[in-house]
Design a protein around this ligand. Structure first.
Ligand SMILES: *Cc1c(COP(=O)(O)O)cnc(C)c1O
Length: 381
């Protein structure tokens, strides 16, 4: 039974856990299927908490439509399943999330969809690949892991469209607070909501959105049919986390820039990697692509693996968790986690050394973070 709220209404959104909906009659079911009336039938196809969350995210990205998925990987997989077929070609950045690399290299290869890898910071190299062979999708991340290379999204959108490809952007490291790629003509934007947007490390979810209305139904349909849909409670958790996204992202971004400057002064630190630093290769590009802040991810390098171990043990306030986007600072170690299975020479060539620590800077008071970092660095001096 639905409770009688009278003239009142809950301020916080309710959680609608129902997997299936009762429909009054056959005319009503026709109207819902035909899109002539609102309503829900089965939760894999849609439910109120997915509608609420997708609406919020769609607004942040100024998108025409958005679809939520059970994981960030689901948000990358669904559009590719919906739009690509045997014989199609993807041109991808060679610095993308490990599981996305595996998705392209292993899973989509099974279906006869091939991927070529290119340094997308080299626009001539991108152009060369796009001219070489017809390409369906150019795939990039706004900010790469872990060295925070920034993608020149307006230039990449133009290049993709000049050669008949669509630009897909994984915007997870930036979030819509710092970057809205649809505004510079990206075709699709994906977010892992598990990270900064959810913000509390208690849910895995993803989101994909776009401005071409024709792509909505095929992608929503692939999400349901391939079993990539999100459940109501997870949507509710992300909706709740999102209410502080803007505050958290801005605070974390400011903390990261301050911490990067502070780390650069510390004798135990050999190198700091953050696009707010003039020595970062994308310092100038970042000002243009990310004018509201360059993000909360940064790396710093200690002498070797042993120094990292000692620093970790001396800095329990910054837990070692191979993920990102928590509301407080966490650290990771690319060499043994995200890039564990990459060839050693390739890693070293990119600058991913055994001494490199990645921080996902949080929104805690800066002084607390700085004190914890100082204590840990003193322990290894
Ligand atoms: C975490 C992450 C993903 C995958 O998201 P899940 O929610 O873990 O499936 C994709 N891209 C980037 C950049 C990520 O950081």
């Amino acid at each position: 039974m639905t409770p009688d709220f009278g003239p009142t209404a809950p301020l916080a959104p309710p959680i609608h856990l129902s997997a299936v909906y009762r429909i009054p009659d056959l005319d009503a079911v026709d109207a819902i299927y035909n899109g002539q009336a609102p309503g829900y039938i089965y939760a894999r196809d849609g439910h109120p908490n997915a509608t609420i969350l997708a609406g919020e995210l769609q607004r942040l990205h100024a998108a025409k439509w958005g679809v939520v998925t059970g994981t960030g990987m689901g948000a990358i997989t669904a559009p590719l399943l919906a739009m690509l077929t045997k014989g199609d070609r993807i041109v991808s950045s060679n610095r993308i999330y490990g599981k996305t690399t595996k998705l392209f290299r292993v899973e989509f290869e099974h279906f006869g969809i091939s991927t070529v890898w290119v340094d997308t910071n080299d626009l001539d190299a991108v152009k060369f690949e796009l001219t070489k062979s017809p390409t369906k999708v150019l795939f990039v991340e706004t900010i790469s892991n872990p060295l925070c290379r920034v993608a020149d999204l307006p230039a990449l959108a133009k290049l993709a469209h000049d050669y008949g490809a669509k630009l897909f952007v994984d915007n997870t490291f930036a979030s819509p607070v710092l970057c809205r790629p649809l505004e510079t003509r990206a075709d699709l934007v994906m977010e892992s909501l598990t990270k900064m947007i959810g913000g509390h490390s208690d849910v895995t979810m993803g989101f994909v959105c776009g401005s071409d209305a024709a792509l909505h139904i095929p992608i929503a349909s692939a999400t349901s049919t391939w079993g990539l849909a999100a459940n109501p409670f997870d949507c509710w958790l992300v909706t709740r986390g999102m209410s502080t996204l803007d505050l958290r992202m801005r605070a974390a971004d400011a903390n990261a820039a301050k911490l990067a400057a502070w780390l650069a002064e510390q004798p135990a630190v050999r190198r700091v990697v953050h696009p707010s630093r003039p020595d970062h290769p994308d310092f100038e590009l970042a000002k243009r692509v990310l004018p509201h802040g360059v993000g909360n991810m940064l790396c710093f390098e200690l002498s070797d693996r042993d120094a990292v171990n000692r620093w970790m043990r001396a800095t329990p306030e910054v837990p070692f968790c191979p993920s990102l986007g928590h509301h407080e600072t966490t650290c990771s170690h690319p060499d043994t986690t995200s890039h564990r299975f990459d060839p050693r020479d390739e890693k070293l060539g990119q600058g991913i050394t055994p001494g490199l620590v990645r921080l996902s800077v949080g929104s805690e008071p800066f002084e607390r973070l700085r004190a914890a970092m100082e204590h840990g660095l003193r322990a290894i001096a």
